[in-house]
Write a protein that binds this ligand. Structure first.
Ligand code: NAD
Ligand code: TYD
Length: 357
């Protein structure tokens, strides 16, 4: 079996659902169920004998040690993290706690477990750490995309905490021999993404006739990857990746935020026209920029493509349409995740951001 951490979140749940589709191999999901974790994301497999769930913290080394000894996984895929840049600006210590100290304790428990394995099992064991392209910092408009050799220059508390975790993962391989692999992926989008991130937030607000907040001039560039393609990349890295290596994962879909927001508005105009017929784009509202906002991310996925024969299978326009349709079809999910603390977050984050144009 394999252990997945953070499997009730956006990418982790897509990974677990994708994993259990064609495979007999069981998954144990360790998730603390923070505001971002929803057991309902895994409703399709909750009664499946191959799926097991444990609510707990990756930073609880005693719990992790016990789970590993009991279930004897052949791999751990670590998704668990605090993942939202704006929240990291508001509460950086929570990011250090989970992303740095949590990962460190998970590494320590994994190392103890790995050292206890018989040689053949130890040789096959893998620790895959799921990280972000944001560790590389911001690119100039015409600079080549990030390769695995790009130096780390994290600019936000989120990316700094992920960078720190990457360094620890690397060190646990270099120093102690733990068989690790690291992936650095670009912005994901798709079903079940919490509506604090740009794409689901815009869909959510547009459907409620609320302003679509664009930070600054909206010309920041992200490289968008459909979440299921990220999951196939992680499977390739887990099964065929070289121990100790890092792999960049990207969508080959650089877009400015304004392009993304307008593309979403056009799809919504078609699938769910506004009463009165006005375009959704009328709701676009430029607000004060994010502090330290990175201007551009772009991924060179040449290593993954060449060495592991991976490429994204879902184009941006196709993926965006699928995503909008999913949110239109899953209003109950949105309602259930946006009660209570979500409303407090939105009020705190956006109320002070007066329109700038
Ligand atoms: P998410 O915020 O949707 O989910 C995070 C999950 O981790 C939640 O289920 C949460 O309950 C759980 N969790 C948080 N702290 C925990 C802890 N201490 N112990 C156990 N579980 C805990 O995040 P996501 O967007 O699915 O991202 C998953 C991973 O992928 C993160 O490591 C993130 O840095 C990385 N990543 C995300 C993106 C993206 O665009 N979303 C891109 C590249 C990399
Ligand atoms: P986000 O989805 O938070 O991902 P990240 O910051 O990790 O790239 O944001 C994507 C881009 O959209 C980023 O440039 C910030 C911008 N953005 C807005 O303009 N308005 C918003 O309300 C949000 C949440 C993000």
């Amino acid at each position: 079996m394999i252990v997945v951490t953070g499997g009730c979140g956006f990418i982790g749940s897509a990974f677990v659902l994708g994993w259990l589709g064609p495979r007999a191999e069981p998954v144990l999901n360790l998730d603390l169920l923070t505001y971002a974790g929803h057991p309902g994301n895994l409703a399709p497999v909750q009664d499946d004998a191959r799926y097991r769930f444990c609510r707990g913290d990756i930073g609880d080394a005693v719990l992790v040690g016990r789970l590993l000894a009991e279930h004897r996984p052949r791999a751990i895929v670590n998704f668990a993290a605090e993942s939202h840049v704006d929240r990291s600006i508001a509460d950086p210590l929570a990011f250090a706690q989970t992303n740095v100290m949590g990962t460190l304790r998970l590494l320590q428990a994994s190392l103890d477990y790995w050292k206890s394995l018989p040689a053949a099992e130890a040789a096959g064991f893998r620790f895959v750490h799921v990280s972000t392209d944001e560790v590389f910092g911001s690119l100039a408009p015409d600079a080549p995309a990030f390769t695995e050799q790009h130096r780390y220059e994290p600019n936000s508390p989120y990316s700094a905490s992920k960078a720190a975790s990457d360094h620890f993962v690397r060190a646990w391989h270099h120093t102690y021999g733990l068989p690790v692999l690291i992936t650095n992926c670009s912005n994901n989008y798709g079903p079940r993404q919490f509506p604090e991130k740009l794409i689901p937030l815009v869909i959510h607000n547009a459907l409620r006739e609320q302003p679509l907040p664009v930070y600054g001039d909206g010309r920041q560039v992200r490289d968008w990857l459909y979440v299921e393609d990220h999951c196939t990349a992680l499977e390739a890295v887990l099964e065929r990746g070289a121990v100790g290596e890092t792999y960049n994962v990207g969508g080959r879909a650089e877009r400015t935020n304004m392009q993304v927001v307008h593309a979403l508005c056009a799809i919504l105009d078609e699938l769910r026209p506004r009463a009165g017929g006005k375009p959704h784009a009328d709701l676009v509202t430029h607000v004060k920029d994010r502090p330290g906002h990175d201007r551009r991310y772009a991924i060179d996925d040449g290593k993954l493509a060449t060495e592991l024969s991976w490429k994204p299978s879902i184009g941006f326009e196709q993926g965006l349409r699928r995503t909008v349709q999913w949110y239109l079809d899953n209003g109950d999910w949105v309602e259930s995740v946006t009660s209570g603390s979500y409303r407090q977050w939105v009020e705190r984050q956006y109320e002070g951001l007066a329109p700038t144009a």
